[in-house]
Design a protein around this ligand. Sequence first.
Ligand code: SAM
Length: 236
Amino acid sequence: MSLSSSYKPETMDKFFSARIDGYEDHMKESPTYEAEQAQLAEQFDVTSEPVTILDLGCGTGMEIEYILRRVPNARFVCIDLCKEMLDRLEQKYAEVMDQITIIHASYFDYDFGEEAFDYAVAAQTMHHWLYADKLQLYERVYRCLKPTGRFVVADYIVTPDEEYRLLDNYMRLKEDGLLDENKLYHIDIPFSMHTERRVLREAGFRRVETVFEYRSIASNPSLIVAYKEDAACKNE
Ligand SMILES: C[S@@+](CC[C@H](N)C(=O)[O-])C[C@H]1O[C@@H](n2cnc3c(N)ncnc32)[C@H](O)[C@@H]1O
């Protein structure tokens, strides 16, 4: 029997619009939630300058409140394909909407521009894509950053064995004709730390650093910061 015979993949936007009400509480259940957000925010240098930040898959903007504590005048471009998540973000940040531009689109389709941003951030959104698709996306992120730019990637990672097992499941869904090529699905195909660092490096980032990599029964969150140029590194 095919592995996928009883499984109906959900499209990305429907997955999140169906779960919008419990979404933030669910994310906050993680025992490391606060620590993860604090460490993500620490990758942004404290400044009152209006630095530009591209937020890929921003959802309801959970990371934004932490970033704003360090960069209160930041200008965000927030991209998400789920309208309900973006509506929630707009309600939450009503008082700072002059600092936030909302883009309702897939980050695979939207033109980020060239050397336009000081930072890009992607939190909990990149574990659904095949290597080749992620490489092309990360190349575009690389190009949209200023020479001093950083790409902050928070996501869960798995062991190489698990990476292979989940990729194999995904390939079976494809082979069984359960995936429409023109749609994006909420199917987890997370990378190992090795693969995630490799795709960032291959996309052109000169230096890729693992900030943390937790291992627990509940989840394996990680944080990576990729520097466009060596000179962009925090400690140099
Ligand atoms: C788990 S949520 C993370 C939201 C937020 N960054 C956070 O950490 O709370 C993942 C988000 O990525 C968005 N997303 C997934 N694929 C996307 C794509 N191709 N383009 C734009 N948004 C996408 C989903 O709609 C969802 O809002």
